[in-house]
Design a protein. Structure first.
Length: 231
C-alpha cells in the first residue's frame, strides 16, 4: 500500500551493485529502512543519491506491505526544502553529523510521532538558516530531544542529580545550569553566553546523561570532529 509522508534522511549503506539501503525518519512510520534501486549506477541520469545526505528534508511516497517487514521501498521522492548552507559550511555540517549520529542511535519507534518529527524538522531548518549564534545548537537540541525520547529533564537540577547518582566526576556549574534551564524551553536561537570550556564539558555531561538512558548510544564518533571544529 502506498503512503505519503515527510521524511528526514539519516544515512545509507551500499546494497548490491547500484542500490542503497537508506535509513529515514518518517513522519508517519517513525524510523524506517528503504531499498532504493539504481542510485549509484553510472547510467543514472539523476543525482538521487544526494537526497540521502544527512538531514535532507524529503517528501516521500513509500510502499509498506506489512508492519513486520524491516525493509520497504520508495515509490516517489523529492527534496522538500533545499538547504542553503548546512552541507557547505564546515561548522554546520559537523553539527549536522553529530545530530545525525545521535538520532541514528536513539530513534527506535516505528510509528507516528508528529511532535518529535516537527521538532527535528524545526531544528534542521534553524541550523540551515542561522547566520550566527548557533554555537550552542547541539546542546540545545540534546536538552530538548530527551523530552521527546521519554527521559527528559524538567529542570537543570535533574541533570545534576542523575550525574551524581551515576558517579560522573563533574556536575554543571551555575552558568551551565542557567544555560541548560534556558534551553529546556526556549526556541532555537535564544542567546546564551557560554565559553568554550563550559560548552565542551556540558556536552560531555549531556552525552553521558543520554548513555544512562540509552544502552544503544555507545561511542559517539563525531564528537572528536565536533571538538576540533569548534575549537
Amino acid at each position: 500500500m502506498l503512503h505519503k509522508t515527510r521524511g528526514i534522511a539519516l544515512s545509507y549503506i551500499r546494497y548490491r551493485e547500484s542500490s542503497i539501503i537508506a535509513k529515514v525518519y518518517t513522519e508517519t512510520f517513525g524510523i524506517q529502512s528503504y531499498i532504493v534501486n539504481s542510485v549509484r549506477s553510472s547510467r543514472s541520469k539523476s543525482n538521487r543519491i544526494a537526497l540521502f545526505q544527512p538531514l535532507t528534508l524529503l517528501d516521500l511516497v513509500v510502499y509498506h506491505k506489512n508492519k513486520s517487514d524491516t525493509l520497504h521501498r520508495i515509490s516517489e521522492i523529492k527534496c522538500r526544502i533545499p538547504f542553503h548552507s548546512l552541507p557547505f559550511e564546515i561548522i554546520k555540517s559537523s553539527l549536522s553529523l553529530f545530530l545525525t549520529e545521535i538520532l541514528i542511535k536513539s530513534l527506535r519507534e516505528e510509528e507516528e510521532n508528529i511532535p518529535l518529527f516537527n521538532f527535528l524538522e524545526e531544528a534542521v531548518l534553524y541550523l540551515d538558516n542561522a547566520e550566527k549564534g548557533y554555537e550552542n545548537f547541539h546542546l540545545h537540541v540534546l536538552a530538548q530531544l530527551a523530552l521527546y525520547l521519554g527521559f527528559g529533564m524538567e529542570t537543570a537540577a535533574d541533570l545534576v542529580n542523575e550525574l551524581r547518582e551515576n558517579h560522573y566526576p563533574l556536575v554543571p556549574d551555575a552558568r551551565q545550569k542557567e544555560a541548560l534551564q534556558t534551553w529546556l524551553s526556549a526556541p532555537f536561537g535564544t542567546p546564551v553566553l557560554l565559553d568554550r570550556a563550559r560548552r565542551l564539558s556540558l556536552l560531555e555531561m549531556l552525552v553521558f546523561f543520554y548513555k544512562i538512558h540509552l544502552d544503544s548510544l555507545g561511542e559517539i564518533k563525531s564528537l572528536e570532529v565536533l571538538h576540533e571544529v569548534l575549537n
